[in-house]
Design a binder for this molecule. Structure first.
Ligand code: FRU
Length: 504
């Protein structure tokens, strides 16, 4: 096992994010057990408490009241000689259906995957287990009769449990994956301890890797509470649209037993043929294992993803910690050009973070070439920009630049493409697959393109066309790469408006 490198940590911790959660000095991957409870957002996560590469999988824990600043707590559910604690979810068992509650205290119940270790009674099996908390999520006790749901499978994992209240009644529903079969497996329970199989969904759409970390939630269409659709998200590794890990979603219905998709392009195993036609949660390289909060206030559907990619996860040059989480995103279902689409917007009160008067630019023509914007430089920024295409083949911004280096975020209007080019973004040579030019389809009927871009010390998250398309990517620029530049190639483009907020 690689151990922590803490020497000179202050000097080399320049990538520690300002807007994103990262553990103090350890490894993390998938967000787990996301729940809003008693006014607090709880973020548990796959954590190696003893190192900064994957291993000793336990549930780490952090909390926030604003989704922007996080406090780390002691490990919530540690691994032991018998099992690693893989991904899962947490529910608030209000009416104490599980019986774990005492007196007036209703329990929080974690449903996680036990990845049983060699030598244990269930060696080689992944099955679903329970732990409960009676102090609001800070300390946890494992259930004595784990696991509660086993298929005697080596790849049955990542249970997401929700409360179903619908035509069929009111009960707990679990969706988990049979990872290598590309199947989402649905179960029901009255007490979280006894589970009955309902149905499965898949294979469908992207099946180029294994399926992991599913989620299932209802959303009103265009905000209409009388028109509710269900969304099933499934993460895939590898087989994403720009290589490696990524998440896809299906829109359809869940009737309490079965999920039926109306957004399936290909049923069955079709590897990577139709990448462009699938619904991707994010087209960038670094948004994986995204799941949503249970019990978020005002029925908001808030998601967080792991900002890394299994292709190079353990090589990213951060120390002593490794891997940040994404920003929390609020997702909604909207009809766009007659099609239903999951729209994503950054959650959190951004105005509270603005340190000084924003830099802004009114309508400006960008000539062929690059124009640096003095006064718009920074390392932690929110950039809101609106472009109208002109004769240029591509146009956009270079962020975290220094003249020679920088991350290019732009539009190729003829190709209908949004791109993030991180080939010269800074440190890229720690893994051969990291330097990349990644693309996503983006449409504009009016010829204008709106981008909201969140830049942090080691990441860029692009929300295009008001959140219809997102791209999330890690970057590792030098501390003094702070320039912001606009560019057009092979002609002109117009900036309709540009606003840069410093969020340091
Ligand atoms: C996804 C994943 C999950 C598993 C966890 C183990 O990144 O492979 O399927 O539960 O990570 O850390």
């Amino acid at each position: 096992m690689e151990t922590l490198t803490t020497n000179n940590a202050a000097a080399i911790d320049m990538y520690r994010p300002a807007l994103h959660y990262a553990a103090r000095d350890t490894w993390l991957n998938d967000p787990n057990g996301l729940i809003f409870h008693d006014g607090v957002y709880h973020l548990y996560y796959q954590n190696n408490p003893l190192g900064n590469v994957w291993g000793n999988m336990s549930w780490g824990h952090a909390t926030s009241t604003d989704l922007l600043t996080w406090t780390e707590h002691p490990v919530a559910i540690p691994c032991d000689d018998n099992e690693d604690i893989f991904s899962g979810s947490i529910v608030y068992d209000r009416t104490n259906t599980s019986g774990f509650g005492t007196g007036s205290v209703a329990p929080l119940v974690a449903i996680y995957t036990s990845a049983f270790k060699p030598g244990s009674e269930h060696e080689g099996i992944q099955a679903q287990s329970l732990a409960y908390s009676l102090d609001g999520g800070y300390t946890w006790t494992k259930h004595a009769n784990n696991p509660v749901l086993s298929r005697r499978s080596a790849n049955f994992r990542d249970p997401k449990v929700i409360r179903y209240d619908g035509g069929e009644g009111s009960y707990w529903v679990m969706v988990a994956v049979e990872a290598q079969d590309f199947k989402a497996m649905f179960y029901k329970s009255e007490d979280l301890k006894n589970w009955e199989f309902l149905d499965s969904f898949g294979p469908a759409n992207a099946t180029g890797g294994i399926w992991e970390c599913p989620d299932l939630f209802p959303l009103p269409v265009d905000g209409d509470p009388d028109n509710v659709k269900w969304v099933l998200t499934v993460n895939l590794n590898p087989g994403g649209p720009n290589r490696g890990s990524a998440g896809q979603y299906f829109i359809g219905d869940f009737d309490g037993t079965s999920f039926t998709s109306t957004s399936t392009v290909t049923a069955g195993l079709n590897s990577t043929d139709n990448q462009g036609a699938y619904h991707w949660l994010d087209w960038g390289r670094d948004y994986y294992a995204a799941v949503s909060f249970n019990d978020a206030p005002d029925n908001r559907r808030l998601m967080i993803g792991w900002m890394n990619n299994w292709e190079y996860a353990k090589h990213i040059p951060t120390t002593p910690w490794r891997s940040p989480m994404s920003l929390a995103r609020e997702v909604s279902l909207q009809t766009i050009d007659g099609n239903l689409c999951l729209v994503q917007r950054p959650a959190g009160d951004w105005t509270a973070l603005v340190a000084q008067e924003p830099f802004s630019l009114a309508e400006t023509t960008i000539d062929d070439g690059e124009q640096m914007l003095p006064g718009a430089s920074g390392t932690v920024q929110r950039i809101d920009v609106s472009f109208t295409r002109g004769s240029a083949k591509e146009f956009g911004l270079v962020l975290r630049g220094d003249g020679a280096k920088g991350t290019r975020v732009g539009i190729r209007p003829d190709e209908g493409q949004l791109f993030v080019d991180r080939r010269k973004s800074g440190q890229t040579d720690f893994h051969e697959s990291f330097p990349s030019l990644d693309t996503a389809p983006v449409r504009s009927t009016s010829g204008s393109y709106e981008l909201s871009i969140f830049v942090d010390r080691c990441s860029v998250e692009v929300f295009a066309q008001d959140g219809q398309v997102t791209m999330t990517e890690l970057i590792f620029p030098a501390e003094n790469s702070t320039d912001l530049t606009v560019f057009a190639t092979g002609g002109t483009a117009t900036i309709n408006s540009l606003q840069v907020m410093r969020l340091e």
